[in-house]
Design a protein around this ligand. Structure first.
Ligand SMILES: [Zn+2]
Length: 130
């Protein structure tokens, strides 16, 4: 389920959703903030455009919102219910988690969103060398 060919593979590894070989982002590290949103125009392996139409990633904001809510709920459950922290401690931890994971969530949202529209094609990547 997490192997190549599943959308989770593409999302977890930030690989092109079509070929699952090419990297979508120029810089593999999302914490190099000045490169955070720089993507290849086309997948270097299968030429899938990383932005199929202008302003494509407006919709990714909703994905980002969903991830943020899920993250908040998970953080809240752990810190307030399991560890038993007070409200302000929990709020500080939520803020910290959001800042720490922000760049990662940004990319995760984009890749998830692109995966909604682009299907895996096992023949997209050239087979030579495999
Ligand atoms: Zn590709």
């Amino acid at each position: 389920m997490f192997g190549k060919g599943s959308k989770l593979y593409s999302i977890a590894t930030a690989k092109c959703p079509k070929c699952h070989e090419g990297d979508l982002f120029l810089d593999p590290n999302p914490y190099h903030l000045k490169n955070m949103e720089k993507m290849h125009v086309n997948c270097p392996v299968c030429q899938q455009p990383s932005e199929p139409e202008p302003n494509f990633y407006y919709g990714a904001m909703y994905v980002s919102y969903a991830y943020t809510v899920a993250l908040f709920v998970a953080t809240y459950i752990v810190s307030a219910l399991f560890i038993g922290l007070g409200m302000w401690q929990t709020v500080s931890i939520l803020g910290g988690v959001l800042v720490l994971l922000g760049p990662y969530l940004f990319r995760l949202s984009r890749i998830t969103y692109l995966n909604f529209f682009v299907k895996y094609d096992p023949n997209a990547a050239p087979k030579a060398g495999h």
